[in-house]
Design a protein around this ligand. Structure first.
Ligand SMILES: [Zn+2]
Ligand SMILES: [Zn+2]
Length: 282
């Protein structure tokens, strides 16, 4: 019963302090909150949407302060959403082992200009195939616990998204992800993006279930009121795909909870906090 994916103002496109996110998590009945802001990257990679390398300590302190203030009421943990981009593996490994993160999300972000510049030269379909190939590569690095929004490519150029056409590539990616033990995120913010559907799409989720790939639910909140958003629907989606439980990570170790136990703790969203226009950047 954790919110597993939330951001801070350090990434320059989120609002609200961790303690405001904590209040919403507590109101929703959750047991904890994992803060997973966008990690620092070298060479100015995507620097407009992430904290600078020298801000990593500030981030730890920000989360540490919130953790101390909420102790005994809500379990606040330090996580990170780390970009996977080929060439930065060694750098990333140093970063991820230098800090005691509870949870490391791995993310392929095809909306970044650096991604577009390296991989955007071919057809739309090739661009999508590259995305799923890199998703599998990300899992195989074993640097991450879970893969964030694992079909976010569909919201980059939604007019070109045809799930049936890409399904063979998706299956091949899942065949490679399954033996790594890395989980997939059911990301509820997909419902508000340009291709309005949670990530991953239902057929991909069913294929993941068939391969016994664990799933973690996260809202990807970039503002406090989105914490825990659409978790009921995400649990239903998991159930329809054949899952009986969802996972979360603490101390980089996976724990699981049944869908019913999760549903039982969830309290309804406050009526005045349902209006939402979340930023579309992941
Ligand atoms: Zn993301
Ligand atoms: Zn973001």
């Amino acid at each position: 019963m954790y919110e597993t994916h939330t951001h801070t103002p350090l990434c320059k496109h989120a609002i609200g302090e961790p303690e405001e996110y904590a209040q919403v998590a507590s109101d929703r009945g959750l047991r904890g909150l994992i803060v997973t802001c966008h990690n620092p990257m070298p060479d100015g990679f995507g620097s407009h949407v992430r904290m600078a390398p020298e801000q990593l300590d500030e981030y730890r302190e920000l989360v540490g302060r919130a953790r101390a203030r909420w102790a005994g009421r809500l379990d606040i943990r330090l996580g990170i959403e780390a970009d996977y981009f080929p060439g930065y593996e060694a750098w990333l490994e140093r970063q991820l082992t230098s800090v005691d993160f509870d949870y490391v999300l791995g993310a392929v972000h095809p909306q970044l200009p650096e991604f577009e510049a390296r991989y955007g030269g071919g057809s739309e379909f090739e661009f999508q195939r590259t995305y799923f190939r890199l998703l599998a590569e990300a899992a195989e690095t074993r640097l991450f616990d879970c893969l964030a929004h694992p079909d976010v490519i569909k919201s980059v150029r939604p007019a070109h998204w045809q799930p049936e056409a890409i399904l063979d590539d998706v299956r091949r990616a899942l065949d490679r992800i399954a033996p790594t033990g890395v989980a997939l995120e059911i990301n509820t913010s997909g419902a508000h993006k340009d291709y309005p559907e949670m990530n991953p799409f239902p057929v991909m989720l069913a294929e993941a279930r068939r391969r016994e790939i664990p799933v973690v639910i996260g809202s990807d909140a970039h503002r406090p009121e989105r914490v825990g958003a659409l978790f009921e629907q995400a649990l239903d989606l998991a159930e329809r795909a054949g899952y009986q439980q969802v996972s979360y990570f603490l101390g980089r170790k996976r724990h699981a909870i049944t869908l019913d136990a999760f549903r039982e703790v969830l309290r309804p969203v406050q009526a005045d906090s349902t209006s939402d226009s979340s930023p579309s950047s992941g």
